[in-house]
Design a protein around this ligand. Structure first.
Ligand SMILES: [Zn+2]
Length: 187
């Protein structure tokens, strides 16, 4: 199958603290929060595979995710593979991965793997507590120049996000970012 060549979601932008454009998630991995799976944009239906690349466990329980584009049908395709065995539940579905037989499980594993193999290269790294709620920081992956691997580009984006988080302050249970466009009057 060919890699996803679509244009990507215009509703993600580089920035801090804005409402998530995503309205549907299938979590294929879960450990104190979703660790890997699929996300779909409510407005353009763009689907991304997401994968946890880092988390801060001590203060914030904050997750950083790498996002790679999938065909627009991918979330529906995975749902179709699993729906005969487990009932989809939205907006966040964590399929329990229970099957009536080893054959059925192996078949589902293979089909889901084939769907995820269509993912393109990582386009975004996001920091979020809740991928359907708020994007705390979004960093676009730079076009890879000579000698730069995907891994280095993702690491660079993670560092950029760390830097942006370092100027944020925790107010109650919310992270607040200094707003450059609205400097406080200070009077
Ligand atoms: Zn979108």
């Amino acid at each position: 199958m060919s890699k996803a060549q679509n244009h990507g979601c215009d509703h993600l932008r580089e920035g801090v603290g804005y409402p998530s454009p995503f309205s549907k998630m299938i979590a294929l991995g879960y450990h104190d929060g979703p660790t890997t799976g699929l996300l779909q944009c409510a407005q353009c239906n763009q689907v991304y595979e997401f994968e946890e690349v880092k988390r801060w466990g001590d203060e914030w329980e904050l997750f950083l995710y790498a996002l790679a584009p999938l065909p627009l049908t991918a979330l529906g395709d995975v749902t179709e593979v699993l729906a005969p065995y487990q009932t989809p539940k939205w907006p966040i579905w964590c399929p329990p991965w229970q099957f009536p037989s080893e054959e059925a499980r192996a078949c589902a594993d293979r089909q889901v793997e084939q769907i995820l193999e269509q993912a393109g290269s990582t386009e975004w790294v996001l920091a979020s507590y809740d991928l359907l709620g708020e994007i705390l920081v979004a960093q676009r992956i730079q076009k890879l120049s000579d000698g730069t691997t995907q891994e280095i580009a993702v690491r660079q984006a993670v560092n950029d996000i760390k830097h942006k988080l370092s100027v944020a302050t925790l107010v109650g249970d919310r992270l607040c970012f200094p707003s450059p466009s609205h400097p406080s009057s200070g009077k």
